[in-house]
Design a binder for this molecule. Structure first.
Ligand SMILES: *Cc1c(COP(=O)(O)O)cnc(C)c1O
Length: 362
């Protein structure tokens, strides 16, 4: 029994053996513009009030399993339609996993477009589902309606994921195109609105019209990435089934209490996201003013751009050596060749990034 390798080969499911773990690069000491985090902290009075609130927490008790106070607060401030039910996850990543557990298994398919969010594929594979990816249109990353509808018809997916706006391309797909997919889908369509705060557009208002539509969001990108809190909105009958796969205490007391507190002061987060949107336009202009780049406009809090052929890796490395961490997209998808992605930071961080990029690209 000294060597686990042969046991692993027989026991770990082949789909899992074939997977690569999701890699998070070290970021210590770097200006962190790789993970779509909000760069702004809270004012001191707010931090003090939050810490004061934490004194009341009973860490010896399990959290409220239904998180009812938090859900009420979320309904009040996050624009949850009155007729929709809410399901909370430990980040929206956990909600994607939960959907895979409830709808997944043999001969069930996840369909999405590509390039898009990496977790759709990873979670499809480890929940035993087949994975189908329809390429976006080369050039502008628009939804290829005809190809998508053809694939939906051929594969009859149990779940379709559409990130709106899409990560890592930053664009929000055409509304009519999305609705034609929802109408044609034989299964559920999950609109992943992780970047809702930076876009303004939403499908939450369409939930009542489409019985197979679910809308997923997260508080991560609006400034609370450390809390791990995602939410799914949809018809109560759907969510009643999905609830069965949720572990009873998946959202801890610290997250419930801190999220309630943060949402009581949602105007602080709203002001920060408004600033990020302004900074995004400044950063976009800065990138567009540079030679040799192809830059895509964005409705999210990041910008994707293409550098001259064959140089993405070296440029990424040079920017990191200058103290700024961004995301290397080259190598992750054929349509992202020579591409990098930068998260919108503070004005100072964005300046540092543009300066580092200018040096790297010379
Ligand atoms: C960041 C991201 C998520 C994950 O959000 P968490 O709530 O932090 O797990 C989901 N979908 C997309 C498209 C994202 O970019």
């Amino acid at each position: 029994m000294s060597d686990p390798e042969s046991l692993i080969r027989t026991l770990i499911r082949p789909a899992v053996q074939d997977m690569q773990a999701y890699h998070v690069p070290p970021s210590r000491g770097l200006v962190k513009l790789d993970a779509m985090e909000n760069p702004f902290g809270w004012p001191k009075e707010l931090v003090d009030a939050w810490v004061e609130r934490l004194r009341g927490v009973q860490l010896n008790r399990y959290p409220d399993p239904s998180a009812s106070a938090l859900k009420q607060q979320m309904r009040r401030v996050l624009g949850v339609p009155g007729n929709a039910e809410l399901l909370l996850g430990n980040g929206s990543d956990e909600l994607i996993q939960l959907l895979g557990m409830a709808l997944g298994g043999e001969r069930r398919t996840v369909l999405t477009v590509g390039p898009s969010f990496a977790m759709y594929r990873l979670i499809a594979l480890f929940t035993g589902m087949a994975y189908v990816e329809v390429p976006l249109r080369a050039g502008d990353f628009a939804l290829d309606t005809e190809a998508t509808l053809t694939a939906v018809d051929a594969h009859r997916p149990a779940i379709i994921y559409l990130a709106y706006p899409n990560n890592p391309t930053g664009n929000a797909f055409d509304r009519q195109a999305v609705e034609s997919v929802v109408r044609a889908a034989p299964g559920v369509v999950v609109l992943d609105e992780a970047y809702h705060a930076f876009c303004g557009e939403s499908f939450a208002g369409d939930l009542a019209r489409y019985p197979n539509l679910l809308v997923m969001r997260t508080v991560s990108k609006m400034g609370l990435a450390g809390l791990r809190l995602g939410y799914l909105m949809g018809h109560p009958a759907w969510l009643e089934q999905l609830e069965k796969c949720r572990l009873p205490y998946n959202v801890g007391v610290l997250t419930q209490l801190s999220a309630r507190f943060a949402l009581e002061h949602v105007e602080v987060l709203d002001a920060q996201t408004a600033r990020i949107r302004e900074e995004r336009e400044r950063l976009l202009a800065g990138l567009q003013a540079m030679d040799h780049l192809r830059v895509w406009p964005s409705q999210a809090n990041f910008i994707t751009f293409r550098v001259p052929a064959g140089r993405a890796r070296a440029i990424h490395q040079s920017i990191r050596e200058q103290g700024v961490l961004i995301k290397l997209l080259d190598g992750s998808h054929p349509m992202l060749e020579d591409c990098l992605r930068v998260t919108v930071g503070t004005p100072d961080e964005n300046r540092q990034f543009l300066q580092a990029l200018t040096r790297a690209i010379q």
